[in-house]
Write a protein that binds this ligand. Sequence first.
Ligand code: FAD
Ligand code: A2P
Length: 274
Amino acid sequence: MTDRQTADTAETVPPDSQTVTSVEHWTDRLFSFRCTRPRSLRFRSGEFVMIGLMDGDGPKPKPLLRAYSIASPSWDDEVEFYSIKVPGGPLTSRLQHIRPGDRVILRPKPVGTLVHDALLPGERIWFLATGTGIAPFASLVRDPETYEKYGTVILTHTCREVAELEYGRRLAAGLLDDPLIGEMAEGKFIHYPTTTREESPVMGRITDLLRSGRIFDDLGLDPITPERDRVMVCGSLGLNTDAKEILEGWGLREGANSNPAEYVVEKAFVGEGV
Ligand code: FAD
Ligand code: A2P
């Protein structure tokens, strides 16, 4: 190898890049992938990191990075991400073509509010997700701490169409067979998928199902109270705003790492959606 080739390689493969180990396409808008985990990456389930690809073919390509929730639990040897494919999106129009063996950049500095530390102790935990907002909860429902802390764990996932629920369905189905989590989750974990634009067993926005009380009837559970319940919300700005209003109306207060309370919210993305 010549000196010139060595320099090129050093520039195009940054030191914090990881190797993709598997990729799965769920719909024409959604895919997930796993990659190797940097030794330096310590995170709390529910947090997000910056990931991306090198951008530009010129002599000085730069990293093109976006925030991504880690979808795998903190005990996993690898790291999993669940991603949208935005048509013409600077990162995802390229990221959607990655294959095993390719390199992705992963900055091992996790942050976020969807963490157990931001909530006071409670009896039940509700994870309310729309679209790719399920990603942080894919981590949390596979974390033993979730079942040590709560007697009932409810994951709701709302998408426009049935096919968009598949990642969550596979996650929920695999949970009880999981050698580490299976026994802990048995009898505690509840999955509540809903659609808004295609026929399915439960239809409607989660906000409407909460307001009407239908979700409580469907699950045979008492309504949410600040004494008993803790809630994490992850979706579009619209969902987050509406869910906040409902939860505050029921007396829950927003928590933070520095000031734990009854609910926490995080945007699944910035912008109004595709
Ligand atoms: P961008 O220029 O970033 O986005 C273009 C437009 O696409 C946005 O304005 C928005 O309207 C729409 N859009 C972007 N992301 C989404 C999405 N996830 N769902 C629906 N519409 C979207 N994205 C993921 O796919 N998985 C994650 O786990 C994830 N976690 C995030 C965590 C945080 C805290 C934040 C702030 C964002 C997260 N995102 C996640 C969004 C992600 O950072 C990028 O926006 C996304 O990968 C698209 O990148 P892009 O460069 O292709 O398009
Ligand atoms: P709807 O079809 O009624 O808009 P998107 O694909 O646009 O990110 O939306 C994902 C899911 O989130 C859809 O089922 C959508 O329902 C739902 N949703 C969008 N906005 C809100 C909101 N303000 N409150 C509750 N659910 C919402």
